[in-house]
Design a protein. Sequence first.
Length: 282
Amino acid sequence: MPPASPELISPRSPRVLAARRLAKRNFRGKEQLFLAEGPQAVREAGAQPGTLVELFATVEAAERYADIVGEARDTGARVHLASEEVIADISTTVTPQGLVGICRFLDTPFEEILAARPRLVAVLAHVRDPGNAGTVLRCADAAGAEAVVLTDASVDLYNPKAVRASVGSLFHLPVAVGVPVERAVAGLKDAGVRILAADGAGRHDLDDELDKGTMGGPTAWVFGNEAWGLPNETRALADAVVRVPIHGKAESLNLATAAAVCLYASARAQRAPGGCRSVTGS
């Protein structure tokens, strides 16, 4: 049972100051650590050996989520019971949930991703909004993608907003960061992966591609900037530039919605008879 009062009550505590600095990208990069907030993210981090190194919890949260706190201790993470003021000071959310974890970076070398011969990959090229990046990562996880690649022109994966938007999916699948888009495309092509660039002005229609049966092989979807899409030089690297058809009167789809449609289209085609997953059923 946790003690009746928190051990950390001052926002000026060295441990609290060190945790709070991780809200800034330069400190995250220097320490190779990032913040994971809330029970879902902390639980998923704790399930990955060696990832969760420290946990701050209010007394109320430690009681409510005793299993999460216990698992964190079992994996060797340092657990601090903290006042609500301390948690609010560390947290980057308006309404903290009482648990804030400090985690090690999870980068996977791009070469390891290629060596695994992935069949479905999301490539985030020029994606600048952290919420969108985290949501696309979540969509890729749900669709069964084997990896996500963030190019060097995209947002920091460990931005607190990106971590929250991934809702734990950050801890589920390999993610390579800082890969130049040319290298990402060339490496995936060499690994036998077809490159599809998602763009509202694409020449190819997603429905037509599904009808023609061209979507069942290993595929990487390249997603661009929220406001201006993909630059011409990136579009030119793709095997095809594909648009999601708009059947109603909506002007367009936002990035995360379009990514979900594209990734699930590939996932379904790959599991259909003749698709690259239909033989193993995996």
